[in-house]
Design a protein around this ligand. Structure first.
Ligand code: ADP
Ligand code: ZN
Length: 520
């Protein structure tokens, strides 16, 4: 009996049915056609090229920039009885030669290879001597100069079409926006490829984004009330914060481990293995953790710091609930996060154009935090999916945010920034507004300003929320020199002149505080 996609799925991989577009993609490749595949992380992209590589005669060549993962992928295939090998700079000369020989002898079903290796003339002439089943270009968004993962070697992959016109090609990515998609098709010369676009919706993930008040207490409440004993990942921006948070959680009785690129390799590997093998481990990590991690029962992903982009947020939260069971994506953020990220961005190396693109991404992420409607709808919209209205499984849907006419308060905040000389950060501005009598206020003589004490009607938390939203909306700009002082922007004018009103999001906690302070 001859093999079909389904028999290979069952016999080799032990699964009984295909997911989403897998079958259609596999059949297209099997027939010798090209394909462009957009599928979220965890969607099952690997089978889309592994199965047709097994069905067709010759070797399937998989191009991937993730050389650190190749060994694992090849080991996993060996376990399944698939003849696979890889070629990249980590291999010794002997191993390289042995793999090349196996390739020439027709002993490999799959060959994983780094792009810079593939495009070497020597490698290309080697490949011309043997039958090839297909080329799979993984992480195909690396060809996009707009993206965060641009690799110049990917630009040369267009040559595959010219030099191997008979070999079908499949490009795969989890990055979905339209611009990247068009760019991939163009640069990789996939003009006649069918596009298979999966929905990026992860309906079992509940999205929640809250304002930071006391992050540790908020986290503790979240873990104890909603995820006792569950496995999860907690992302922090810095290595130092990863370590302090992990040891604090251990003191609180949680099974927490740290992970960041600064830890010794052995410890990193051990922690990762424990996370994968044991139940209920909480991994506290920088974004260095997660690439290629396939653990189905991660029940939550928490962010203690704001991600730099929606792409990052989606990738990181996407590691939750791969088994399809309910999971939570939980994020707390505050005005300090926004300021810190803006500062990091402005003081980073890199061209002005790169910074502009990073700025836009951060602004989009802030936009997602500040919206008052359905988070999922906004998220999918960002990836070019029109969406279907409110999802019922995010904080925006479950606890619709109220807005309030903040025009008066905003005017006070802006004029306080102005009168203090646009030289101070949020904390001092709030001290001035709330009429605090501390040293710094007196040192600068700010108790004599007309805005001094004008803001006693609102608690400090409300003022933080106001400043945060003003930064997010571009009415205030963060100092690039690094002290976090706030400056007015052009956009403030209509409000200061009294020509415009402004409505801000009413954060739940403050809403109660505000009504309480009104009552007293
Ligand atoms: P991606 O590369 O898109 O992130 P993977 O190819 O690593 O995703 O697949 C994610 C997980 O889903 C893997 O554990 C894989 O074995 C599993 N998987 C993929 N397709 C199927 C299927 N049809 N049935 C069951 N499990 C699947
Ligand atoms: Zn929703």
């Amino acid at each position: 009996m001859s093999d079909t996609p389904l028999t290979v799925l069952e016999r080799v991989f032990g699964y009984h049915s295909f997911r989403g577009h897998q079958q259609a993609i596999i059949e297209a490749l099997w027939r010798g056609e090209d394909a462009l595949v957009l599928m979220p992380t965890g969607g099952g992209k690997s089978l889309c090229y592994q199965i047709p590589a097994l069905l067709r005669s010759g070797t399937g060549v998989v191009i991937s920039p993730l050389i650190a993962l190749m060994q694992d992928q090849v080991d996993a295939l060996h376990e399944l009885g698939v003849r696979a090998g890889f070629l990249n700079s980590t291999l010794s000369r002997e191993d390289t030669l042995a793999t090349e020989q196996a390739l020439l002898n027709g002993q490999l079903d799959l060959l994983y290879i780094a792009p810079e290796r593939l495009t070497q003339p020597r490698m290309l002439s080697l490949l011309k001597q043997i039958p090839l089943a297909l080329f799979a270009i993984d992480e195909a968004h690396c060809v996009s100069q707009w993206g965060h993962d641009f690799r110049s070697e990917y630009l040369q992959l267009g040559l595959l079409h010219e030099q191997f016109p008979e070999v079908p090609r499949i490009a795969l990515t989890a990055t979905a926006d339209m611009r990247t998609r068009t760019e991939i098709a163009q640069r990789l010369e996939l003009g006649s490829a069918a596009h298979f676009v999966s929905s990026f919706d992860r309906p079992n993930i509940q999205y929640r984004i809250t304002q930071k008040s006391n992050a540790r207490q908020q986290l503790l409440r979240f873990l104890r009330n909603e995820h006792p004993g569950d496995a999860g990942i907690i992302y922090c921006l810095s290595r130092n914060k990863v370590e302090t948070t992990a040891s604090w959680l251990q003191q609180q009785g949680f099974n927490a481990l740290p992970y960041h690129a600064g830890l010794p390799v052995a410890q990193r590997r051990d922690n990762q293995q424990r996370f994968l093998r044991e139940d209920g481990i909480i991994m506290v990590a920088t974004i260095a953790f997660g690439m290629g991690i396939d653990k189905p029962d991660v029940r939550f992903v928490a962010h203690l710091d704001l991600p730099k982009s929606i792409e990052g947020y989606y990738q990181e939260t996407g590691r939750a609930g791969r088994d399809g069971e309910p999971a939570t994506a939980w994020l707390v953020y505050g005005v300090e996060d926004v300021i810190k990220l803006r500062q990091m961005l402005e003081s980073s190396a890199g061209s002005e154009e790169h910074k502009r693109s990073e700025r836009q991404k951060l602004d989009a992420m802030l936009g997602l935090c500040e919206i008052t409607g359905c988070r999922r709808h906004a998220l999918l919209n960002y990836f070019g999916e029109p969406g279907t209205g409110a999802c019922g499984n995010c904080d925006g849907c479950l606890h619709p945010a109220r807005t309030w006419d903040a025009t008066e308060a905003v005017r006070k905040a802006l004029s306080c920034v102005y009168r203090t000389g646009q030289r101070f950060g949020v904390n001092h501005l709030i001290d001035v507004l709330r009429g605090s009598e501390n040293e710094k206020v007196r040192q600068f003589g700010h108790q004599h300003l007309s805005t001094y004490g004008l803001g006693t009607d609102l608690p400090a938390a409300s003022w933080r929320s106001i400043f945060r939203q003003l930064v997010a909306r571009g009415l205030l700009r963060v100092d690039v020199e690094g002290y976090g002082s706030l400056h007015l922007t052009e956009a403030c004018r209509p409000i200061l002149r009294g020509e415009e009103t402004i409505h801000l999001r009413e954060d739940m906690k403050e809403a109660t505080e505000r009504s309480r302070s009104r009552r007293h």
